[in-house]
Design a protein around this ligand. Structure first.
Ligand SMILES: Cc1cc2nc3c(=O)[nH]c(=O)nc-3n(C[C@H](O)[C@H](O)[C@H](O)COP(=O)(O)O)c2cc1C
Length: 396
């Protein structure tokens, strides 16, 4: 069945009124309304090993910082004398009509970001509250079948780290399809972990400590590789998992992926125009422009600066984007540069850390409210208006 979440409240900007009217009763927002304070508060709330994993990036974190700062050199020109009292931010994605272009990017440690260690479920609940689709990571503290139950009527997508063990990969894919995930998002840039000094300095790699491996530990194929179940001998289970975690994907794997599922296939991590062109030629269902939030390779180019090339190469194939989205205006700029849908990553994870599902939902609502109000003020009643206006480079 196709989902239709477009009948939700028309204007995300109304969240602003809710906040101001709350003020008349002496209520001020429980969680921050912008990124800088969100980071500060989440930093105080998270235990050091979780914080370093979520906040840290690769090398000296130049790419990670540029992902966010690069939005400053893209600007949008306001248009006046346009009736933008009614805005439509809806998109069509994988056959579903969604009420906004936002989605929740996969975050493999959601599970340990909340104090109850069920952060994947909290993220799914935030998705249900807001109607913003959740892309569930392979790395999770709760099995994918359980997580999707909490997404309500909002579509969810499954992000695959393709195991080196083919049978295990196929098992995860078929479990995701059976559970009702609407797309398979294959991450290409993480067959090996990037050099992450913050985590290295404390020898901190959560998966090796047994965190977020529930999709494996509950998988019949993975369990068949073990003499004793993971509940009895977690150390052996972890040692079995580590070497088969991720395959080095090449274009040759695409036909096998196609044969493995009827779900639309999304390639995550495409940053070059030629790679986008090839993905389009090979008929992938969506191309996901992302540099993994600067956590994998410290190449030095903000992801938003690579988006126009990817959009050009992608032809008619939808382009999803993430890396550096911190606000509603970032989201609108990514749409202006050609993205079909825009992923929020670290900001919602910080929201989870502060207030579970409620905190993450608040972060998403703030981003959507700002996007909606920017469109209202700038005279862009629809995303087509945003795309037609485009964004300009403002160097200097
Ligand atoms: C703590 C953390 C864990 C992540 N885990 C995954 C993951 O499991 N799978 C994946 O494809 N991407 C993962 N990512 C990358 C995100 O999907 C997304 O590309 C990135 O967060 C975008 O950067 P931003 O959050 O700085 O905007 C992770 C990112 C963070 C911050």
């Amino acid at each position: 069945m196709q989902a239709d979440t477009s009948n939700r409240p028309a204007h995300f900007g109304d969240y602003q009124n809710e906040i101001y009217f709350g003020g008349l009763q002496g209520v001020i927002p429980k969680y921050p309304v912008e990124f800088k304070t969100l980071v500060q508060r989440a930093t105080e709330a998270m235990p050091p090993h979780v914080l370093s994993y979520v906040q840290g990036g690769c090398g000296d974190e130049l790419t990670q910082d540029r992902n966010a700062s690069a939005f400053a050199h893209w600007g949008m020109v306001p248009r006046m004398m346009v009736d933008s009292r009614v805005r439509d931010l809806s998109i069509l994605l994988f056959g579903d009509k969604l009420h906004s272009p936002a989605f929740m990017a996969p975050i493999g440690v959601n599970g340990i970001v909340t104090q109850d260690e069920h952060g994947d479920i909290a993220a799914a609940k935030a998705s249900a509250i807001t109607g913003v689709p959740f892309m569930a990571s392979t790395l999770a503290n709760d099995p994918l079948e359980e997580v999707i139950k909490h997404c309500g009527d909002t579509p969810a997508y499954f992000q695959l780290y393709t195991p080196r063990h083919k049978g295990l990969a196929e098992s995860l894919i078929s479990r995701a399809e059976k559970a009702g995930y609407k797309a398979l998002v294959v991450t290409l840039d993480t067959w090996v972990t990037g050099w992450r000094p913050r985590d290295l300095a404390t020898s901190n790699f959560p998966q090796l400590r047994g965190h977020v491996l529930q999709n494996y530990f509950t998988d019949p194929v993975f369990r068949s590789l073990l003499e004793k179940p993971p509940e009895e001998d977690p150390a052996t289970a972890i040692r079995t998992w580590a070497p088969i975690f991720a395959e080095t994907m090449t274009w040759d794997h695409l036909s096998w992926l196609r044969e493995s599922t009827n779900m639309p296939i999304v390639l995550k991590g495409i940053c070059h125009e030629d790679d986008a062109r090839r993905a389009n030629d090979m008929g992938v269902d969506a191309i996901y422009c992302s540099n993994h939030g600067g956590r994998q390779a410290n190449g030095g180019i903000g992801a938003i600066d690579m988006l126009p090339g990817v959009v050009k190469g992608a032809g008619d194939t939808p382009v999803l984007f993430d890396s550096g989205i911190r606000s509603g205006s970032d989201m609108v700029k990514a749409i202006a540069l050609g993205a079909t849908a825009v992923g929020v990553g670290r900001p919602y994870a910080y929201g989870l850390a502060l207030g579970g599902a409620e905190g993450a939902a608040h972060v998403l609502k703030c981003i959507l409210a700002e996007a909606d109000l920017m469109m209202a003020v700038n005279g862009y009643p629809t995303l087509e208006h945003v795309r037609a206006q485009g964004a300009q480079r403002v160097d200097g």
